[in-house]
Design a protein around this ligand. Structure first.
Ligand SMILES: [Zn+2]
Length: 226
């Protein structure tokens, strides 16, 4: 009753079409959510994302759930949860993608979720790490624990303007593992918001394989560029 009244006084609007949300909807209306383009990469062997990592480090599977371009509706959502103070939107989207993947075998080789970390200073400025919130949303559905064993030694500036080589140099040695034992023998699900060139995920995965001995590594992002 309270939420019905609140909805009447302060109508909540869809982040994409800006129409009024129904009482059971959150952040994005059902129609806009259904229309977000899915990659279905989890059904494709050596999909466009896996090709970025093949031969560089071992992994079971890698998928970005939605197509991402700078002008795509997903970019609006990512922008809203990164810069416009909607951290719970990230957790909500984590739940959405986990729910859609849960009925497949995608999580078969995973038992611990490891979000790409932010340096504590960047996190303090923003108040949250969106990859961690995505991980929490995935955990809400899969009931796997979320680990903070992967840490960032320094902040990495936004990389979009850098060449691929400069991106790699910029990230070199940025990650470390704080609790190696907690990852040994585990099936790790490495989570980030968007995969563009894949350099951040590569640096994280190489750090994991260099410093720990997991059983398997699977990669999942909300969005992926093609
Ligand atoms: Zn909408």
């Amino acid at each position: 009753m309270k939420s019905v009244l609140l909805d009447f006084i302060f109508p909540r609007l869809c982040h994409l079409c800006e129409l009024k949300l129904a009482i059971h909807e959150k952040y994005v209306c059902s129609r806009c959510l259904a229309e977000l383009p899915r990659t279905h990469f989890h059904t494709i062997r050596m999909n466009g994302m896996e090709q970025r990592f093949a031969g560089i480090f071992p992994f079971t599977q890698a998928t970005g759930h939605f197509f991402y371009t700078r002008s795509s509706p997903l970019a609006t959502l990512v922008h809203d949860f990164k810069y416009h103070g909607f951290p719970n939107l990230a957790r909500y989207l984590g739940k959405i993608i986990a729910r859609e993947l849960y009925t497949t075998s995608f999580f078969a080789d995973t038992d611990i979720i490891l979000p790409i970390p932010m340096h504590y200073w960047t996190r303090a400025k923003r108040g949250y790490n969106q990859a961690h919130l995505l991980a929490l949303g995935i955990a809400d559905i899969t009931e796997m624990p979320v680990s903070d064993a992967l840490r960032a030694r320094r902040s990495h500036k936004t990389q979009t303007a850098l060449s691929l080589e400069k991106r790699r140099n910029n990230l070199n040695g940025i990650f470390r593992i704080s609790d190696i034992d907690s990852l040994n023998g585990r099936g790790i699900l490495l989570v980030d918001d968007v995969c563009t060139t894949g350099t951040t995920l590569t640096e994280a995965a190489e750090t994991i394989w260099r410093e720990a001995s997991p059983r398997a590594l699977t990669l999942l992002t909300l969005g992926v560029t093609v």
